[in-house]
Design a protein around this ligand. Structure first.
Ligand SMILES: *Cc1c(COP(=O)(O)O)cnc(C)c1O
Length: 621
């Protein structure tokens, strides 16, 4: 049975039983059953399902791991963590996160004024807030206000001008000053496709010379006592632990040097985010070469070692892991709308009395194929198809011949796959390389998996049911945008096998996992598809509960979002209907009613048949 790598990317979170994917927690509900419940509530189209218990387990895992390693090493500094809001700012996530994080004193990180407002609003009272990114005067004033509100806030300075800005505001807040952090520019470079955050040429951070200048300014204005933290972030999804270790050594030494320069209250090193998520579905291709244990061990060992050698106290540790905390909590479920080759049946053939010889040969290949010759006949069939398509281009055969070619080749492929499905996997892969079935999914890659499109990042994907049936169709996945980039493709090295389903008889859902980090705010409304309908699922010992349903935006709202005047659109449409001679006067208001229903629906495709015969229908009223 193909487990779609669930033991790699979904360990202890998801598993398979009775052919269905289930959530491995308490009553262990099958995801397909959750989807069916949601549909009963009238939620159609793609669904983004959040599992708050998976936010909790990730936060808990981080704190427990560090706590254990702290004990093992008798490490004297404290361990702290904040969630970087840029990774997921949606209320369905953030509100759960702060509720769950309270008992750990888990805080928030903000990188913009809007995020800082969110942090000031929702952060647990005693939990830390860190502020990174470029700051103007307003953002710095917000930092002072947060401090005035009693928040434990640290403004991390990205450049000397920000420090000067803090100095200027100093006297306006009756002695309340936020903690000051300095972002350090590391010599060691960033990593992965997300690099550019670290390294000597990185976008962020103070050089050694600037650090010295900063300390001078802090001393001059007598505010060195507010300087408590140094910060760095070498990039997201750190797949190899080595660059992080290098960065830690560098940061540990800078910490010790700054303390020697008199920064008495400097207590913490904030090592940013980057803790990687294992997205791989293939055991020959892990994305991450370390575990959380190793990550924690390396950090504490290295910082302790440097502190010992340099004779300074062991620093408090802050981390800003976003991806690791949020990725697994969200699952995107997309209904399959169509298999592109479904219409290719034997009855669809339109064979003539005399056919071009190659067509007759194709037909014979199809009829005479058996287990022994299947592979050979398949290859012959594909060769014939290419010749026949060339003959069409040269006007030697007509469109009926061309249709017969397409049908026969598809029949040959299906028969070959069926005959060979008990053979070994590699053979199946080799024959499927050129004969992928295209599955049309009701979702937008640009909206819901932007990193799949923009960074070619892969997300684990699998069907939610039929997992005890043979899956023999090598697949590529197409979304409903009319953009040719709207495809998740798979190759021979990394194939995706799905089921041959008859969608008239059964539903078939695919789920993309680990989509809880970055995808939602990065998603774009290409073709005006909006954020999918989302819901949270609380699971207990007996059952589960669907909460916090937020429906996908309707069409008129989406148009409003890109600054169209909603009333103007309605008025123009209404006037056009009114003026039209083709619509009977008595029916005009009904036509408008129907249009209104459509405007107030979301733009994802509906599978139910909508009555379009309302002209006739109303005639009899
Ligand atoms: C993006 C970012 C993070 C989060 O990184 P992850 O890879 O999601 O853990 C943390 N800190 C800073 C400063 C960032 O810019």
């Amino acid at each position: 049975m193909n487990r779609y790598g669930i033991d790699i990317w979904g360990k202890q979170k998801f598993d398979i039983k009775d052919g269905k994917v289930y959530v491995d927690y308490k009553s262990k509900p099958a995801i397909i059953n959750i989807v069916k419940s949601a549909r009963k509530k009238g939620l159609s189209g793609p669904l983004l399902i959040r599992f708050p218990h998976l936010i909790e387990s990730q936060i808990e895992l981080i704190y427990k791991t560090f706590s254990k390693v702290q004990k093992d090493f008798k490490y004297k500094g404290s361990f702290n963590a904040v969630f970087p809001l840029k990774v997921n700012q949606y209320p369905g996530f953030v509100k759960n996160l702060v509720k769950i994080g309270k008992k750990f004193n888990y805080g928030l990180e903000a990188g913009s004024k809007a995020e800082l407002i969110l942090a000031m609003t929702y952060n647990n009272e005693k939990s830390p807030i860190t502020v990174n990114g470029f700051k103007d005067n307003e953002m710095i004033i917000l930092g002072f206000l947060a401090a005035k509100m009693g928040q434990d806030i640290t403004l991390t300075i990205e450049g000397i001008n920000e420090l000067e800005n803090i100095v200027e505001n100093m006297n306006n807040f009756e002695g309340t000053v936020p903690n000051i952090g300095l972002r350090i520019r590391l010599h060691s470079s960033g990593i992965g496709i997300w690099a550019k955050s670290g390294g000597i040429n990185s976008k962020f951070g103070l050089t050694s010379l600037e650090l010295i200048t900063a300390i001078d300014i802090l001393k001059k204005y007598n505010i060195l006592k507010y300087f408590t933290m140094i910060h760095f972030h070498i990039g997201s999804q750190i797949e190899d632990i080595a660059p992080l270790k290098k960065a830690l050594r560098e940061a540990g030494n800078i910490f010790a040097e700054l303390k020697k320069m008199g920064a008495k209250n400097l207590k913490a090193i904030n090592l940013g985010g980057g803790l990687a998520v294992e997205y791989s579905q293939n055991k020959n291709n892990y994305h991450r070469n370390y575990s959380l244990d190793e990550y924690a061990n390396d950090i504490i060992y290295l910082l302790q070692d440097i502190a010992k050698r340099k004779g300074v106290e062991e620093p408090d540790i802050f981390i800003e892991s976003g991806r690791f905390v949020s990725a697994s909590h969200a699952v995107l479920v997309a209904p399959v709308l169509e298999l592109f080759s479904k219409e290719y049946s034997e009855t669809a053939l339109k064979l003539k009395k005399t056919n071009p010889p190659l067509i007759s040969e194709l037909y014979a290949l199809y009829k005479d194929m058996d287990k022994k010759n299947a592979l050979e006949f398949l290859h012959d069939g594909i060769d014939h198809m290419e010749s026949l398509l060339t003959l069409f281009d040269l006007s030697y055969i007509d469109i009926i011949d061309r249709a017969n070619t397409e049908i026969l080749v598809n029949l040959i492929i299906k028969k070959a796959v069926d005959l060979l499905k008990d053979k070994n996997y590699n053979e199946l892969i080799s024959i499927q390389e050129r004969v992928q079935e295209r599955y049309l999914l009701n979702f937008s890659i640009f909206q819901s998996l932007p990193d799949s499109w923009g960074l070619k990042q892969n997300f684990p994907v699998m069907p939610l049911s039929k997992l005890n049936e043979s899956n023999t169709r090598s697949a590529s996945l197409w979304d409903i945008t009319c953009d040719s980039d709207g495809e998740v493709s798979f190759d021979v090295k990394n194939p995706l096998f799905l089921h041959d389903v008859n969608l008239e008889e059964e539903d078939y859902f695919l789920a993309f996992f680990l989509v809880g980090a970055y995808q939602e705010t990065m998603g774009i409304a290409h073709n005006l598809f909006s954020h999918p309908t989302e819901l949270s699922v609380e699971i207990d010992e007996e059952s589960y509960n669907i909460q916090n349903i937020i429906r996908s935006k309707n069409i008129i709202e989406i148009l409003g979002n890109i600054e169209y005047n909603k009333n103007e659109i309605k008025n123009i449409l209404f006037n056009k209907i009114n003026k039209s001679d083709l619509i009977n006067k008595t029916k005009k208001s009904k036509v408008f009613d129907i249009l209104n229903i459509f405007l107030n629906d979301n733009s994802y495709l509906k599978t139910d048949i909508i009555q379009s015969n309302f002209f006739e229908e109303y005639e009899n009223e």
